[in-house]
Design a protein around this ligand. Structure first.
Ligand SMILES: [Zn+2]
Length: 276
């Protein structure tokens, strides 16, 4: 298989009752585990390079990692830039071979969010790359407060920007360490009605219980971003690996043992986005 575009993997999810997992990658071991999980579940996976990963590892390295994994995978793999803060970083990602970029203008006034997102779409679509935008603001657990997506702005945002996917704020929050988010269903229904053919995205998937995710996957929400839950799985796996033998010192040995449990954790995430 090879690199896939975001729009290609999300489109079937508008109607088939499923969604695709956008998995937050922080290093080689988790990226390998996520692709293995997608293969084991026979589902596409979206590998995401967010601001934290980019601050730790240069974007060209992450790009090469994603490309290499995609080339060897038996399922479609999307290489996605998460929370791109500017046209510059989105353009750099496109030039490096990412097949999807998120431009996050959610903190900007509506007019500016539309104008800047449209610029990124024009640049990316010229290279066959998909774009995710955000309308409303998805806040952070113990941090910035969310601002719910206004359904009245959705159709205009979709038409004037031309985005391939839209991240929305309906009660979801980033960085939740346990499920507990409550979804504003009437708001979601109004958003869907305003743009029925536009795949929606939920950031903060770790805060949504598996049963809730399964229900939400039946709507036009086609992508769930999952980070915290998998970072927790990695932390536990790493501790267990170190505790297995206190004389261990080899990095490859220590880290390799995190891959199987992380693969299992990612398989559970993928299964929670399927209706069967
Ligand atoms: Zn996010």
């Amino acid at each position: 298989m090879t690199l896939a575009r975001l729009s290609d993997v999300l489109r079937p999810c508008l109607t088939d009752g499923t969604a695709i997992s956008g998995l937050v990658v922080l290093g080689w071991e988790d990226a390998v585990a996520y692709v293995r999980a997608g293969e084991a579940e026979a589902r596409p996976v979206i590998l995401q390079a967010g601001p934290g990963a980019r601050a730790h590892t240069p974007l060209p390295v992450l790009a090469a990692m994603f490309r290499t994994l995609a080339e060897g995978a038996s399922v479609p793999v999307v290489a996605h830039l998460d929370h791109g803060e500017s046209l510059v970083v989105c353009r750099q990602a496109v030039e490096l071979g990412f097949t999807s970029v998120m431009y996050d203008g959610s903190a900007l006034p509506l007019e500016e969010n539309i104008a800047r997102t449209a610029e990124v779409v024009a640049m990316a679509h010229a290279q066959g790359v998909s774009v995710e935008g955000e309308l409303g603001f998805v806040g952070y657990a113990n941090g910035a407060q969310s601002l719910g997506t206004d359904p009245a702005e959705v159709a205009r945002f979709a038409v004037e920007t031309g985005v391939d996917a839209l991240a929305i704020s309906i009660g979801n929050s980033h960085l939740m360490t346990a499920p507990g988010a409550e979804v504003d269903w009437p708001r979601l229904q109004a958003i869907q009605a305003a743009a029925p053919a536009l795949p929606l995205v939920l950031h903060g998937g770790s805060g949504l219980a598996a049963e809730l995710r399964r229900s939400l996957a039946k709507t036009t929400i086609c992508k769930f971003n999952i980070g915290t839950e998998l970072r927790q799985a990695f932390g536990s796996a790493l501790r267990a690996s170190l505790a297995r033998d206190l004389a261990r010192f080899d990095r490859i040995q220590i880290l390799s043992d995190t891959i199987p449990p992380l693969t299992e954790a990612a398989r559970l995430v993928i299964r929670s986005l399927r209706s069967d």
